[in-house]
Unconditional design. Structure first.
Length: 114
């Protein structure tokens, strides 16, 4: 039964565009054959794909060309972060914290040594 649900949910695709300045917009959406075409175009353009049927179902309700609503920012931010990570990119102006800050954070989260 899980396989059938997965297959059914793959018949929906939603594409987002994020310019780094404004809220992400719905740029394409479709079901069945149109969904497969959207996915094919994304793969041809090396656009990262994220499988999230629940989010796709919610986003598919937003009119084409519209910005995503505030209440979906966090969920979409996770998708965008995933896409950046897969593509090996960082947001404009991003600076990694110094390595010693990472090491200090790790030490503070770990239990005290005996």
């Amino acid at each position: 039964m899980t396989e059938d649900i997965r297959h059914h949910n793959q018949d929906l695709a939603v594409a987002l565009n994020y310019d780094g300045q404004n809220a992400p917009r719905i740029t394409a959406k479709g079901q069945n054959e149109l969904a497969r075409q959207i996915l094919e175009k994304a793969e041809e353009a090396d656009i990262p794909l994220k499988y999230d049927p629940e989010l796709a179902a919610i986003l598919s309700q937003i009119p084409l060309g519209e910005e995503i609503p505030d209440n979906l920012y966090r969920a979409v931010a996770e998708v965008i972060a995933f896409a950046y990570f897969i593509a090996g990119k960082t947001p404009e102006g991003w600076q990694d914290p110094p390595r010693d800050e990472w090491e200090n954070e790790d030490e503070s989260d770990s239990p005290p040594s005996k």
